[in-house]
Write a protein that binds this ligand. Structure first.
Ligand SMILES: NC(=O)C1=CN([C@@H]2O[C@H](COP(=O)(O)OP(=O)(O)OC[C@H]3O[C@@H](n4cnc5c(N)ncnc54)[C@H](O)[C@@H]3O)[C@@H](O)[C@H]2O)[C@@H](O)CC1
Ligand SMILES: [K+]
Length: 504
């Protein structure tokens, strides 16, 4: 499934109409019928359904929905926000069909007239505005949106909650707070942006008959259960520990042995064949007490138990993760940069390691082997010199630019983690919940990602798969043994057992 901007969606519609020859009226019919079909799962014939139609094609979808539901025997009223002469083209055609089967239309007069109509209704179908919204809401849409939000009725939005922009990067908008959104053809970017996602409520995509090549210009995709199942490798009957990769994890310090402990546990549970953890001698006993299956590499430390500049031979390993709990001491930073620039295996850098790299970003472009960076928005802001609020407003654009500029795989963590490959293609993870917003989640993720990188030929697939199973474990845990309040990174790691059993 693609994720599109408004511009890409219009291009896809144009491709369907001009290149393939599907008429706009037919696309609208398909959209409206598909939405009506799904909406019918949530309504019954005793309910009064208010379909709110705007002046554009989103409103056109609304007239098809109203006609379809009326034809199926539901009680439907249309509330039209624009004057009759503003409704034209395919929308006017479908409005006429609705009227031809006896459908009634009420016109907007004032917020009071809408409030009265809402009082006589049990559910609202919101077809006021779709991807065509630009700028601040103008009357009467601004008042209509607020009146519907205040009414407290269940709202099913068509394509996008009215008023919510389709693309990332907008704030200060007024939008419908939908209970459910039935998305036409492809999810829009704003479904996965922090400031807009919650407006959608639960969501589902309906098919309107656009061929997938219509969206060829979008290089953003959804990564979900289906993709995870398709890419999770099987462990062969005759495989041995060497077949599943030898991981080297470097991190920790005397005062922070916890992060690298979690990464070690996660790398083991995540499917690695062998895991060696390189850390300061002071931290080894406490890590080893939790991870009996790992082996340890004792690194030189300063008198306060922090890793110092030294050589590490990575030739026996398949992949390296570095950065967790190392601290920001200069000698430690020098060590990270030296190792990242020399290691001729895939390297994943997280946490303090990202701060170390920031001192000399040329290392990123100079590396000849895959480099994976896994920042959260704060670390991404540090790496790019943007502010955190900019990262949250435009996660797609900023990560794409960064991954292309530095030739890296970027895992921008968040409620919708985005994996970007060095060509700028992006996959959004759909698993996970607020229980993951805690210290230690990122450390666990690094271990899982590294383990998956060693199982898969394709690094992006490994990263997307790793993000999915990490979030899936959290999702399973909060529906069984835990809640979002008490969930810890250790629970997520323990939950991998159930995840792998579910998937295999
Ligand atoms: N062929 C197509 O293009 C298809 C489009 N479809 C539907 O059409 C929608 C897009 O249709 P449109 O391009 O007509 O756009 P919309 O229907 O989203 O909105 C356009 C209308 O909103 C008004 N408007 C824009 N910004 C406003 C603001 N800030 N305040 C008040 N009014 C504002 C415009 O004057 C215009 O009348 C999609 O979201 C989808 O629901 C579907 O029917 C499938 C096919
Ligand atoms: K809408």
């Amino acid at each position: 499934m693609h994720i599109v901007t408004a511009k890409e969606m219009y291009e896809a519609d144009r491709y369907a109409m001009e290149t393939i020859g599907i008429e706009g009226k037919l696309l609208m019919e398909n959209a409206g019928r598909a939405v009506a079909d799904k909406a019918a799962e949530r309504v019954n014939k005793a309910m009064h359904i208010l379909v709110m139609c705007g002046s554009g094609s989103n409103g056109g979808d609304g007239f098809v929905i109203a006609r379809t539901l009326l034809g199926w025997g539901y009680t439907v009223r249309v509330f039209q926000l624009a004057p009759d002469d503003k409704i034209s083209g395919d929308a006017a055609y479908h409005k006429q069909l609705y009227q031809n089967i006896g459908g009634k239309i009420e016109q907007w007069e004032s917020a009071a007239s809408l409030a009265a109509a809402l009082q006589e209704s049990d559910v609202v179908i919101d077809a006021m505005l779709g991807i065509g919204v630009t700028g601040k809401l103008r009357p009467p849409y601004d008042q209509a949106v607020e009146t519907v939000n205040q009414a407290g009725l269940p709202v099913i939005s068509v394509d996008i909650p009215s008023g919510v922009p389709a693309d990332e990067g907008h704030d200060g908008f007024v939008g419908i707070k939908a209970d459910r959104t039935l998305i036409v053809a492809e999810p829009k970017q704003s479904l996965f942006a922090q400031q807009t996602a919650s407006y959608y409520g639960s969501w589902e995509v309906v098919d309107i008959g656009l061929p997938s090549q219509a969206c060829a210009n979008s290089s953003r995709y959804v990564w979900g259960m289906e993709e995870t199942r398709a890419h999770l490798g099987e462990r062969g009957r005759f495989s041995h520990k060497g077949s599943h990769g030898k991981a080297l994890l470097i991190g920790g310090s005397q005062e922070m042995p916890g992060s690298i402990t979690l990464t070690t546990k996660a790398a083991l549970r995540g499917g690695s064949g062998l895991v060696t953890t390189g850390t300061v001698p002071q931290a080894i006993p406490s890590i080893a007490a939790h991870c009996a299956e790992a082996t340890y590499l004792s690194l030189n430390a300063d008198d306060r138990g922090r890793i110092v500049l030294q050589d590490v031979d990575v030739s026996g390993y398949d992949a390296l993760a570095i950065g967790m709990g190392m601290g920001r001491e200069q000698a430690t930073a020098d060590f990270t940069r030296k190792l990242v620039s020399e290691a001729n295996i895939p390297v994943l850098v997280d946490a303090d390691g990202l701060h170390h790299l920031k001192q000399d970003m040329r290392i990123l472009t100079q590396r000849r082997h895959p480099l994976i960076l896994t920042p959260h928005p704060g670390e991404m802001a540090m790496l790019t010199d943007f502010e955190v609020k900019d990262i949250i407003r435009r996660p797609f654009a900023i990560s794409r630019h960064f991954a292309i500029e530095y030739g890296v795989y970027l895992v921008l963590k968040g409620s919708f983690t985005i994996v970007t490959d060095p060509e700028g293609n992006q996959w959004v993870n759909t698993s996970g919940n607020a229980g993951l917003a805690k210290g230690g989640s990122g450390d666990a993720l690094s271990g899982i990602l590294l383990a998956q990188v060693m199982q898969q030929q394709n690094i992006q697939e490994a990263l997307s798969l790793g993000c999915y199973i990490h979030g899936m474990s959290a999702d399973q845990q909060v529906t069984s043994n835990h809640s979002m309040h008490d969930l810890t990174a250790s629970d997520v790691i323990d939950g991998l057992a159930t995840v792998f059993r579910t998937l295999s």
